[in-house]
Design a protein around this ligand. Structure first.
Ligand code: NCD
Length: 337
């Protein structure tokens, strides 16, 4: 096996090539098959070694990422930025859209068409479902019209739609812990109606054999019926529970999420469902000893802090994996593997 240094030298001289992600937008987990995931996880392992051994490299020297965030973010925004920097590229951040022309009423399509003339790659987070697709189409039209090469767009969360890069890092983390993704029972807890992370993760898991999902949510925050139908058609077994305590011993992975406050019309509607579930030491004592507890973060009380030091609690490790997976994605989209 090559050392990281040897491999870095190989990657550095690779001119953009036709890899599976080269020049592609990343809009949905539906773009990925199991082979793609295996390859991506391998690349993310290399990125982890790179971070541990060298800190950074310069395979993306000369490339510039525009990070365009219309919604709050800490992990996704900073892990994409730092991932790009660790690969030798540069980043332009537009996080406070209130300081950009968006505040003057500019459309998303216009904003990304312009940015695609400046940057090599765009990462977009937006509050509307379907925004990433709309933006990618606008960029394609503009580039095609001018006969120019693609400027890929990565969906960093589109409203209640998808959060593909989060699901990829979640699947990477599960694979790291269990050595595979087949045959697992995964409990999804919280706001399954609005949570884009659980939408993307459940679709990604449906690629594997013998997956069982247990949905635990307040009655009004259940999984969208059309997604349930899609999962059913793919052979995923599903069970619904109102209370995690009724099913604690059943899952290999417990994936906890927060109630998505920003998706509620009124504070009163949010208050009616927030704070209705919490994972505590007592909850964990009922879990399989081999179970892991995940959370995309931020948490707002769904997992008591007393749980953090238990070996089952992997959410901070999961967040760290986000950077490795995003490094692998950036390198892939820019043609390095
Ligand atoms: C998630 C999101 O934005 O959907 N955050 C993240 O990217 N890790 C989850 C959330 O905000 O609850």
């Amino acid at each position: 096996m090559l050392t990281f240094e040897e491999r870095r030298k190989v990657l550095e001289i690779v001119e953009p090539m036709e890899g599976v992600l080269t020049g592609k937008d990343i809009l949905s987990v539906e773009q990925f098959n199991r082979d793609d995931l295996e390859r991506l996880f391998d690349e993310a392992d290399w990125m982890k070694r790179l971070k541990e051994q060298n800190g950074s490299t310069d395979i993306l020297r000369g490339k510039i990422l525009a990070n365009l965030f219309y919604e709050a973010s800490t992990r996704t925004d900073s892990s994409f930025s730092i991932a790009m920097k660790r690969l030798g590229g540069e980043v332009h951040n537009i996080v406070g859209v209130q300081f950009s022309s968006v505040s003057k009423g500019e459309t998303l399509s216009d904003t990304v068409r312009v940015l695609s003339g400046y940057a090599d790659l765009i990462v977009l987070r937006h509050h509307e479902k379907g925004a990433a697709l709309e933006a990618a189409r606008a960029i394609h039209r503009e580039r095609q019209k001018r006969g120019m090469s693609a400027v890929p767009l990565i969906n960093a969360g589109d409203g209640v739609g998808e959060h593909p890069t989060q699901a990829l890092l979640d699947a990477y983390t599960i694979n790291q812990k269990f050595g595979q993704l087949n045959g697992l029972t995964v409990g999804l807890v919280g706001d399954l109606k609005h949570g884009r992370t659980v939408h993307s993760l459940s679709k990604l898991l449906s690629l594997y054999e013998n997956i069982k999902l247990i949905f635990v949510s307040p009655e009004s925050l259940q999984m969208p019926p059309e997604l349930v139908a899609e999962l059913e058609a793919k052979g995923v077994q599903m069970q619904v529970a109102n209370d995690i305590n009724a099913v604690t011993a059943e899952a290999d992975v417990w994936y906890i999420t927060r109630v998505q406050k920003e998706r509620f019309a009124t504070e009163a509607e949010y208050k009616a469902v927030s704070g209705s579930y919490q994972v505590t030491l007592e909850t964990v004592s009922g879990m399989k000893p081999s179970a892991i507890i995940m959370h995309p973060l931020p948490r707002v009380g769904e997992i008591a802090e007393e749980v953090d030091d238990l070996p089952q609690a992997v959410y901070f490790e999961q967040a760290a994996n986000g950077m490795y997976v995003r490094m692998a994605l950036l390198a892939g989209v820019l043609g390095k593997w």
